[in-house]
Design a protein around this ligand. Structure first.
Ligand SMILES: O=C(O)c1ccc[n+]([C@@H]2O[C@H](COP(=O)([O-])O)[C@@H](O)[C@H]2O)c1
Ligand SMILES: Cc1cc2nc[nH]c2cc1C
Length: 336
């Protein structure tokens, strides 16, 4: 079991003191990879992925048996400002859909052989409109961090955190602007499908929000500008970091949550790889800031953990090659 936290200070120190990957296992996996029956480097990024995974699992020949997908849902007071193409009721309606297996992520998690659970956070109590006040108080921030933290299965061997929250691309854009600067327009996109005038309104909202708050830390950024589902994703990714469970990052909102952890500790995302680049216009720039090149680029802009879930089979394939291929010596193949 990982130790619990009851304060933001404890959360911060757990994150800062989280152990890194097993260097010996990573080195052994690298050495094994160099002897496998293929020209050196010919499996491209699959080789790096398998070696990265071997380090976190602590095994020269790792296995992926128990991927977990977590979906967090939250509602946002800022939706009153007309920043989404869909009404906020869709959040609770989609939670019902997730629970009966009718959403895209239900199909994608099943294809990937992943366990999926859905966690709705106080949907009848949206966060405050962050153009007027911080989205959450400290107790609310802690509660949402705990929800994410507690949702992680300590036996999982790969984690995807997904989200559902009408209005949350506005929150994610405000987080990105607060953390990385630039103009609101650099971070604002169409979300669920805003037209040009909607995007301009959304940019003005993001500008106002960031002018009101001066967060200074990753956790304070989450409190002022986040949503509960974004905070819960951060809590789950932090728990995975402490437990040494590798993470696949999803789209723009997931990466905004991850960016807040990176702002707290420079090693907070060492266990994370970007599953995909979303079609939300600022996602590639956010991935660049995180230093995380995406595995897939399929034009998805759904959220729900969908792009990351699609990358689970890629990780499986990388691991299968490292752990299952014969070496030149074993196969009696002449090396170069
Ligand atoms: O993951 C992404 O990059 C992504 C991009 C655009 C939209 N979404 C999803 O759409 C919702 C947010 O869009 P919006 O327009 O209501 O801010 C939320 O439920 C997200 O899961 C997700
Ligand atoms: C229908 C719908 C499904 C979603 N899944 C994630 N975000 C979403 C937004 C909408 C509008």
């Amino acid at each position: 079991m990982t130790p619990d936290f009851t304060s933001l200070a404890e959360f911060r120190s757990l994150l800062a003191e989280a152990p890194g990957p097993d260097a010996a296992a990573q080195q052994a996996a690298g050495a094994r990879n160099a002897q496998l029956t293929k020209p050196a480097g010919s499996l491209g990024r699959l080789e790096d992925l398998a070696i990265w995974y071997a380090g976190w699992q602590g095994a020269e020949r790792p296995a992926l048996n128990r991927p977990q997908v977590l979906i967090f849902a939250g509602n946002h007071g800022v939706t009153a400002r007309g920043i989404s193409a869909f009404p906020p009721e869709v959040t609770v309606q989609m939670v019902a859909n997730f629970k009966v297996g009718g959403a895209a992520i239900n199909q994608l998690a099943a294809v990937a052989g992943a366990e999926l659970t859905v966690h709705a956070l106080d949907l009848d109590r949206p966060t405050r409109d962050f153009c007027e006040a911080p989205a959450m108080n400290e107790d609310e921030l802690l509660a949402a961090l705990r929800c994410g933290w507690d949702a992680v299965d300590p036996q999982a061997d790969l984690l995807v955190t997904g989200e559902m929250g009408i209005g949350n691309t506005t929150s994610a854009a405000a987080i990105a602007l607060a953390l990385f600067g630039g103009e609101a327009a650099d971070w604002v996109g169409r979300g669920t499908g805003l037209d040009d005038s909607g995007v301009a309104r959304k940019a003005a909202v993001v500008t106002d929000a960031v002018a009101l708050h001066h967060p200074g830390t990753g956790l304070e950024t989450l409190r002022c500008l986040g949503g509960r589902e974004i905070v819960a994703m951060a809590g789950a990714m932090a728990r995975a970091r402490v437990l040494g469970i590798p993470v696949l990052l999803d789209g723009f909102i997931c990466c905004a949550a991850a960016a807040c952890l990176a702002a707290e500790s420079p090693t907070a995302l060492d266990h994370a790889v970007a599953g995909h680049a979303s079609a939300e216009s600022a996602h590639p720039a956010l991935l660049e800031k995180l230093g995380k090149p995406p595995l897939l680029g399929l034009g998805l802009r759904l959220g729900e953990g969908s792009g990351a879930a699609l990358a689970i089979p890629l990780i499986r394939a990388a691991i299968a090659c490292l752990s299952g291929m014969a070496t030149f010596a074993e196969a009696g193949v002449a090396d170069g």
